[in-house]
Design a protein around this ligand. Structure first.
Ligand code: UTP
Length: 415
């Protein structure tokens, strides 16, 4: 037996993952066999087994001290306050200190569009894709502030090629090509309910993107942090691909962060109702954090302050600003992984393709907002839903193309 195979066999036996050898033995093509072995070598089986063990544990949230967090309501700033923040933020933008990161590595399973979510046609009369809508925002900023804002787009192994091709086929929608950088996020194996690493329909290890929290380590690994520093970037707006009213170039958010001397800031919108299924900003054991809707108790969700506002009403909308120092710090840290239970096609032990109708596999994702806890403080800016939040998540119903299209049209007056 060749040395590589022998070593791999020992590793698989040590970690109880011998099922991968069955797949290796079934393969007939020599190159495919070698590639399969090479991909096994990239897996940290110790990590995989730990993640599996962790998936059985209750979330530790119950033992944490949760408190409300302060926020600034953009709509309630006095003219003087607004002008001051606007002046500070505008100066930073004009001096070329802002970069934008769009996280487009997700699978978009709920939307069900074939292809990267950013390539989805929102259904406007112009038939603009989400990526074109986002590019329009940066082109407008270029006109408003006289700077080309560097734009970094995070893709995943699954959608990187298609995303890059879409931009190049469309001539980067008129944005300077040299200002757009694509980088790929990390991935982790998906495992069965009994902790076994799965094989996908292409006879490769079944892997999935490691969550939007993977953005920080990928920025470091792929040289984005280095590139930003070389360009003199001080502030980085990080947002998801699927909010067609996102406002990544916001002098008020930057001005607030400078004024409050914080390492990061997040935008919030008021929860539509106490039961809305969104994560909200809070303090967890004194540190800024986000509590998920699945973790907040019904009583806490209803609690109000003396002015009648929900105490935990500031929804996290994945619109955040980080200083370059904060990015450098968190990109070197290991964020913990959360477990999601998903439907995943796989090859079973008899070599048969299984296309499950119900979730059957664990996927592990880091969440961007877990990084907040390692920062001393963050500023929260409450903004208006109708001005800044039109998510495209589901194929129909809430947060669907239909609702996002309406919000977009109402705001821009564009059909
Ligand atoms: P979501 O949590 O909505 O996930 O991502 P998703 O993958 O887009 O959609 P579903 O849950 O499969 O339907 C929020 C944002 O974070 C990005 C997504 O592209 C989206 O912009 N994201 C998510 C990543 O970039 N990488 C990931 O691993 C996960």
């Amino acid at each position: 037996m060749d040395e590589k195979l022998k070593q791999i066999k020992q590793t698989l036996e040590k970690y109880g993952q011998e099922q991968l050898l069955d797949e290796y033995n079934r393969l007939t093509d020599v190159k495919q066999k070698q590639d399969f072995l090479d991909s096994i070598l990239t897996i940290d089986f110790n990590q995989v087994n730990n993640l599996y063990e962790k998936s059985k544990e209750e979330p530790a949230f119950a033992n944490s001290k949760i408190e409300p967090i302060d926020y600034v309501d953009k709509a309630k700033l006095s003219k003087e306050q607004y002008d001051e923040l606007n002046e500070i933020g505008t100066k930073e933008i004009k001096e070329g200190k802002l970069a934008v990161v769009t996280m487009a590595g997700g699978q978009g399973t709920r939307l069900g569009h074939t292809g990267p979510k950013g390539t989805f046609d929102l259904g406007l009369d112009s038939h603009k894709s989400i990526f074109e809508i986002l590019t329009d925002i940066l082109i407008k900023a270029k006109n408003d502030y006289g700077v080309d804002i560097p734009w970094y787009i995070m893709t995943s192994e699954e959608n990187n090629k298609q995303t890059e091709k879409f931009f190049s086929d469309n001539n980067y929608f008129g944005y300077p090509k040299q200002c757009i950088t694509f980088f790929k996020q990390g991935k982790l194996p998906m495992i069965s309910t009994d902790g076994k690493v799965l094989v996908d329909e292409h006879h490769k290890i079944k892997e999935a993107a490691d969550g939007h929290g993977g953005v920080f380590s990928s920025m470091l690994k792929d040289g984005v942090v280095y590139d930003m520093k070389a360009r003199g970037i001080e502030w980085i707006f990080i947002g998801g691909v699927d909010n067609v009213l996102v406002k990544p170039v916001d002098p008020i958010l930057i001005g607030l962060s400078v004024k409050k001397k914080v390492e990061a800031a997040g935008k919030s919108i008021v929860k539509a109702n106490p039961q809305e299924k969104v994560g909200v900003f809070c303090r967890k054991n004194g540190k800024p954090s986000v509590i998920e809707y699945s973790e907040i108790t019904p009583e806490m969700a209803e609690e109000k302050d003396e002015s009648g506002e929900l105490k935990y009403g500031e929804s996290h909308i994945l619109c955040n600003l980080f200083s370059i120092k904060a990015i450098e710090k968190v990109s070197k840290m290991d964020l913990s992984y959360h477990t999601a239970f998903k439907k995943a096609k796989y090859i079973d032990k008899n070599g048969q393709l299984v296309n499950p109708e119900k979730p059957n596999a664990y996927k592990f994702e880091a969440f961007l907002f877990d990084a907040f806890e390692s920062l001393d403080n963050i500023a929260i800016l409450r903004v208006k839903r109708e001005e800044e939040f039109a998510p495209v998540k589901n194929a129909e119903g809430v947060d669907s193309p239909e609702t996002a299209r309406k919000l977009y049209r109402d705001f821009h007056g564009e059909r």
